[in-house]
Design a protein. Structure first.
Length: 105
């Protein structure tokens, strides 16, 4: 039940943000929905992964400043429900956007 609530809240946030931006810019929903989904997916991936480029940079900075060798973390990413929901939203909106703008291709 908790998982369904998380999926629902994530979907509502992404859809609400898309509607909000389209309301203020006076454009269509499909114009921004894919890019918002993509941005959220990348942000969630960046902040939930461990041992990436940013972690290595921070480890090297600490090692250079203090002289103490820091153990480097192995790159690790385990997708959670929010990430998978935003990824599904992005894929679905990409398909809808390609179908909607099919006459341009």
């Amino acid at each position: 039940m908790k998982r369904l609530m998380t999926i629902g809240i994530t979907f509502l946030v992404l859809t609400g943000l898309s509607f909000g931006i389209t309301y203020y810019t006076h454009t269509k929903f499909i114009d921004y929905s894919f890019f918002i989904g993509l941005a959220f997916t990348v942000i969630i991936w960046f902040f939930t992964s461990k041992g990436g480029h940013t972690s290595r940079y921070l480890d090297m900075t600490v090692q250079g400043t203090t002289g103490v060798k820091v153990d480097q973390q192995k790159y690790e990413f385990s997708p959670n429900v929010v990430f998978l929901t935003s990824l599904a939203y992005t894929i679905i909106t990409l398909g809808v956007m390609l179908y909607y703008y099919r006459s341009y291709f």
